[in-house]
Write a protein that binds this ligand. Structure first.
Ligand SMILES: C[S@@+](CC[C@H](N)C(=O)[O-])C[C@H]1O[C@@H](n2cnc3c(N)ncnc32)[C@H](O)[C@@H]1O
Length: 288
């Protein structure tokens, strides 16, 4: 199998999950941190040689390529926005959650889930294996029922999710954060249809929607990603045209609210760098 078919935490798209963990570690180290993720630093330290990615604000600020300060701020804002989304869903009584492409997202372990909550995490088997090993080593205990589901999201993931116990009669809070650019357009379309099919009334979905230039990403993005992440991110991203997630969800009958990332950032007292301003939105959708 090529690394575009299956990957672990240090190859292909897997590395992007480590980059998000690095950003969470950086944010956690700040005096004015928006989020606290005590596991993020351990994921980075156990996967990579020291210094490959920053784990403190001082290290991020010292990045000679200037990538990390802006990226860490953006990813902290995104994490906080979807932490809030999950806490609002829980407060509204939605106690089944599915994190699609969960990567090294530790929400199942670090958010205060109400009694009876079940959190499914869907990602590649080797990514989840690494994550569980590190969490076990850290003595992490989830305050919810945590159910990892190792499967490729371009394959029959709904069958795997149901086999793991997912209950489609129960409202669900879904999340697609840091995922859509890595899916080909047809897999994204299937993902929305399947989420819709598996969603009882009252279900919610949070989506990170990123706009790419129609001509695709340029050579500076390739060089930048190789320098900072060690992988050519442009080779992993699918930029073919597809409907905006809010439009697609409205067609399926969901109520949607779209928040530009810079507006979310301002709400948390942060400003985004140019690479993120005007390009990213958060879609919050609810099935009536
Ligand atoms: C940028 S990371 C985001 C991880 C997580 N949502 C977060 O924000 O920390 C992208 C994740 O998508 C997962 N992913 C991408 N394509 C996938 C696919 N076809 N099947 C399963 N997982 C996939 C990768 O393994 C990786 O963990």
């Amino acid at each position: 199998m090529g690394s575009d078919q299956q990957w672990d935490i240090v190859t292909g798209v897997g590395v992007t999950a480590l980059a998000v963990a690095a950003a969470r570690a950086v944010e956690t180290s700040r005096a004015d941190a928006l989020i606290q993720d005590p596991y993020a630093v351990r994921f980075v330290e156990e996967a990579l040689p020291a210094g490959r990615m920053p784990t403190t604000a001082a290290q991020a600020d010292a990045d000679p390529h200037g990538y990390w300060p802006g990226a860490a701020t953006y990813l902290a804002v995104r994490t906080k926005a979807f932490d809030d989304y999950y806490q609002e869903a829980a407060a509204a009584g939605v106690t089944q959650a599915v994190v699609l492409a969960s990567g090294l997202d530790a929400r199942a372990f670090r958010l205060p889930w109400p009694d009876g909550s079940v959190v499914y995490e869907v990602d590649q088997p080797l990514v989840l294996e690494f994550k569980l090993r590190v969490l076990r080593g850290a003595g992490a205990a989830a305050p919810c029922e945590h159910r990892p589901v190792g499967v490729d999201l371009r394959e029959d993931w709904p069958a795997a999710l149901e086999k793991a116990g997912f209950d489609r009669s129960r409202p669900t809070a879904w999340l697609a954060e840091g995922l859509l650019p890595y899916l080909p357009a047809d897999a994204e379309e299937r993902l929305f249809r399947e989420v819709h099919r598996l969603s009882a009334p009252g279900s919610r979905l949070g989506v990170e929607a990123i706009a790419f230039p129609p001509e695709g990403m340029d050579e500076s993005a390739t060089a930048g990603s190789v320098q900072t992440l060690g992988v050519d991110i442009t080779g992993l991203i699918h930029t073919e045209p597809r409907p905006h997630p809010a439009d697609r969800l409205s067609e399926l009958g969901w109520r949607t609210r779209t928040v530009p990332a810079e507006e979310a950032a301002a709400g948390y007292g942060r400003a985004l760098s140019d690479s993120f301003r005007g390009r990213v939105e958060y879609v919050f959708a609810e099935r009536a």
